[in-house]
Design a protein around this ligand. Sequence first.
Ligand code: ADP
Ligand code: MG
Length: 270
Amino acid sequence: MSVQLTSVGVSYRDRERSYIALSELDLNVSAGSFVSIVGPTGCGKSTLLNVVAGLREPSSGQVLIDGTPLRGLNRSAGYMFQQDALLPWKTVLDNVAFGLELQGVRKEERVAQARDWVHRVGLGGFENSYPHQLSGGMRKRTAIAQTWIRDPSTLLMDEPFAALDVQTRQLMENELLSLWTGSGKTVLFVTHDLDEAISLSDEVVLLSAGPASRIVGHYSVGLPRPRNLLDMRRLPQFREIYDAVWADLRSEVMMTYERTAATGGSGGVL
Ligand code: ADP
Ligand code: MG
C-alpha cells in the first residue's frame, strides 16, 4: 500500500513545555517500495513511524494509506522495534502464533501457519524453546515471523537490528531482503546506520535536525536487485551514494550537536 504524509505536524505537550517534533512534513512512499529514514538522534524518526502506525494523531496535516485518510490504528501495518516484543512465558511457536491470536484466527490454523513461519525464518527445531534460550539473532527471527505472519501490507521497522552484533545484523538484513523481495510489501525502515539504509533501500530520506523536522533530502538508490549485502558495500556506486547522503546527514548531525550542547544536553548525536 502507498503511504502519503501531507503537511504533517506533531507537537508534544506536557505541563512544562510544548515541543514541535515534526512540522509541515511531506512524504510519498509508493506501494511496494523500501524506504529508509535517517536523521540525527531525536529528530523525530520514531514519531514519524508512530504517526503512520496510527499510534499518534498528527497535530496538523494527514496520513493517507492508499489515498484514504488514516483514522485510528493502521491495521494494514506491522511494527518492529529495536527491543523485540516476545512474551517470555511463551515458546517460539506460541510467540509466532500470537500475532494471529489477536486477529481471532482458530487455534489449529494459527499453529499450522506458525510452524510454517518458524521454518521460513530458519528456526525449525526451536519451536518449543523460550525466548531466554535464544541468541539475539534468533529472537529477531522470531519477532520477524511474529510480525510477518499477520501479512501486513506495510512494515514499520524502527532500528530493528541496532542491538545485534555486526555479523548477525548483516545476516538478518539479507534475510529481511529475501522475505521482502517479491512480497509487494511497503517498508518504512528507520536506522541510524547509513550503510544499512543504503544497502536495503530503494530510497533514503533524510530528516533535518529537530525541532520542527522536515525532510531535507531524497536519495534514490539505483543499486541492482537482488542484492547480496555481504558484497554490496564494496561497489563504487555504493560509496558514491554513501558520500552524498553523509555530506548532508553530517551537517544535520552537527546542528543537533550544537543545539544540544547549547542547552546543556548530553549523549550521542546519532
Ligand atoms: P528519534 O526517533 O529520531 O530519535 P523521536 O521521534 O523519538 O526521535 O523524538 C523526537 C523528539 O520528540 C525528541 O526531541 C523527543 O524528546 C521528543 N518526544 C518524543 N516523544 C515524546 C513524548 N511522548 N513527549 C514529549 N516529547 C517527546
Ligand atoms: Mg527513535
